[in-house]
Design a protein around this ligand. Structure first.
Ligand code: AMP
Length: 171
């Protein structure tokens, strides 16, 4: 994991002053880095009961479908407002910088399905908590929340106390 950490670029004051942005593009373009992240996340969940993997727009769409593919499951997108064409469930939530709305197709999850949520970064936990609520609103079960990296100093996992949370890399 230390090797993976060296591939992540830190950009101070992006997207606004005071935010230290963890830029994963430098890791993704590295074949060992990308494979290492996907294989390690997939390995962690290999013995977990999962029916489907969910990813969050936009950077989650890079990691989650690859993990779904590696494990042999299907993929559900959670998208920004106004992008999904069919009947939607929506949730508004607070970010580390600003607020946002996320949506999921109402028929994306069948009642009782075990849904693994995968995203790039666990920061304040606002996004992940909102998405876990969306899953539960559709009567799905959150099988776990997996992240490439977690910003421990923001204590995001405290918003996810009722769930199993796993991150590969910690800052
Ligand atoms: P949060 O809701 O605060 O946990 O953050 C949700 C999303 O915002 C993460 O999945 C990241 O895509 C992005 N994000 C928030 N803070 C950072 C950061 N410091 N560096 C990189 N991405 C971030």
């Amino acid at each position: 994991m230390d090797q993976l950490k060296t591939l992540i670029r830190e950009v101070p004051d992006f997207p606004k002053p005071g935010i230290n942005f963890y830029d994963i593009t430098t890791l993704l373009k590295n074949p060992t880095g990308f494979k290492g992240v996907i294989d390690s996340l997939a390995q962690h969940y290999r013995s977990t009961a999962i029916d489907v993997v969910l990813g969050i727009e936009a950077r989650g769409f890079i990691i989650a479908p690859a993990v779904a593919y590696a494990l042999g499951y299907g993929f559900i997108p959670v998208r920004k407002e106004g992008k999904l064409p069919a009947e939607r469930e929506r949730i508004q939530y607070a970010l580390e910088y600003g607020t946002d709305v996320l949506e999921i197709h109402k028929d994306a999850i069948s009642p009782g399905q075990n849904v693994l949520i995968i995203d790039d970064v666990l920061a304040t936990g606002g996004t992940a908590a909102a998405v876990a609520r969306l899953v539960e609103t559709l009567h799905g079960k959150v099988a776990g929340l997996g992240f490439m990296l977690e910003l421990d100093f923001l204590h995001g996992r405290e918003k996810l106390k009722s769930h199993d949370v796993y991150s590969l890399i910690h800052y």
